[in-house]
Design a protein around this ligand. Structure first.
Ligand code: UDP
Length: 403
């Protein structure tokens, strides 16, 4: 068996970046949590990522076994869709660091298609196995919502990675099927590992105390958490809010985005046009560690996405004992159990969402029992469990942790 040093490659998603901003979301949380949990299991994890802030130190020690290595490749603020052209530079910088520090990697684990291309070359040069997690796949995304802008190179590159890699980790059985159907993936290479949730951070709390702490009033409160991206469906939720009728009044808090982003301004415009601006508060991105308070304060968390490969937000809300109303898309179907931990809504239409939300908001006992069920379901999905499954995939390729 080989040594246990793992190179995580994540060209655009840095585990230290603040989630909720434009291109930073679940993948950063996933990387951080998975690396730290693998570290506790006895792996040494080096995460190579692009510099995302000009003040980033090159090396950041996250904890005893986990480090982040920031690599300079292209302008700091380059948009995600431009990064393809900087991959040769990124790869050269990773190799230079590895050689300078004489590091031997037993495994390359890549995240997202851009990193898959880099990992393919590095793994073959280092003679190490290559595991990839795509996080999202363009062929599924394109079918979920027309008109998504993507790099021209993405589809062919994903195919190339699918064909060359040793193992592919997907979040759901649906994604495994899609890989076989749309990418002709060899089923023997694909493993389903559900991501997890930090159960020490996300847990139930007293709703009134949470509201007092956040300075919220007695209205019903809906919560949206996530990047502001059209594929997340927040616009449907704004229309839903405009059509809802509740005796106590209802407010929506939106955690995510940044007032300088185009989509933030566009959605504010939609809220004004629908005359719901007094019922919506755009908070910008909220510090991840503060989010439990928001989930605890909310009556319902709404996840109206057109596409989620998994949907960590739904799981975080459930871990806090908050029911979820989500669109019926495969990633969310794997988390939210319809009629038990919330509702799955089959149509991206405001009436379908307001129907389910009004039922829930009108019935305190129903919300509480769904919240309890949601919390119980989330207990089965810890990062510890997810990391142990990833470690099994590594073990299949001959890489074990030091115990
Ligand atoms: N998030 C956050 N602050 C925000 C908005 C989002 O910390 O203001 C986090 C959220 O808690 C979740 C992640 O960003 O862990 C979003 O992950 P998800 O899988 O739901 O969506 P993705 O970004 O992967 O599309």
């Amino acid at each position: 068996m080989s040594t246990q040093r793992i190179a995580f490659i994540s060209v655009h998603g840095c585990p230290l970046a603040r989630p909720g901003s434009k291109d930073t979301g679940g993948m950063s949380v996933y990387l951080h949590q998975l690396a730290q949990t693998l570290g506790r299991l006895g792996f040494l994890v080096d995460i190579y990522t692009r510099v995302h802030d000009s003040h980033d130190p090159m090396l950041v020690t996250v904890d005893e076994n986990v480090r982040v290595i920031h690599v300079r490749a292209g302008p700091v603020r380059a948009p995600k869709n431009d990064l393809f052209r900087y991959l040769p530079r990124f790869m050269a910088q990773v190799k230079a660091y590895q050689q300078k520090h004489n590091l031997n990697y037993a495994m390359v684990h890549t995240h997202y298609w851009l990193s898959g291309l880099v990992g393919q070359a590095l793994a073959s040069e280092w003679g190490a196995p290559h595991v990839t997690t795509f996080h999202t796949l363009v062929e599924i995304k394109a079918r979920a919502r027309a008109g998504e802008k993507e790099s021209d190179a993405r589809s062919a590159s994903e195919r190339q990675v699918v064909a060359s890699v040793d193992r592919i980790i997907v979040s759901t059985a649906h994604e495994r099927g899609a890989l076989q159907r749309l990418y002709d993936a060899d089923e023997k290479k694909v493993r389903v590992v559900h991501p997890g949730v930090d159960l020490d951070l996300f847990k139930p709390g007293d709703q009134r105390a949470a509201r007092d702490q956040l300075g919220l009033n007695g209205h019903h409160m809906l919560l949206y958490v996530g990047r502001l991206d059209p594929i997340k469906g927040l616009e449907v939720l704004l229309h839903t809010l405009a059509s809802m009728e509740t005796p106590r009044g209802v407010h929506l808090l939106v955690a995510g985005g940044n007032e300088h982003d185009e989509e933030y301004r566009r959605l504010n415009g939609v809220a004004r046009k629908l005359d719901v601006q007094s019922k919506v508060e755009f908070l910008g991105s909220v510090e991840h560690t503060l989010l439990p308070l928001y989930y605890q304060a909310a009556d319902v968390c709404v996840v109206p996405s057109y596409y989620e490969s998994f949907g960590l937000v739904a799981l975080e809300a459930m871990a806090c004992g908050t029911p979820v109303v989500a669109s019926r898309v495969p990633g969310l179907e794997a988390i939210v159990k319809d009629n038990r931990s919330g509702y799955l809504v089959a149509w991206h239409c405001p009436d379908a969402f307001s129907d389910r939300l009004e039922v829930l908001l009108a019935n305190d006992a129903l919300r509480q029992s769904m919240g309890r069920e949601a919390h119980a379901q989330a207990q089965e999905m810890s990062w510890d469990g997810a990391a142990r499954c990833v470690a099994e995939v590594y073990a299949e390729l001959g890489v074990l942790a030091l115990s």
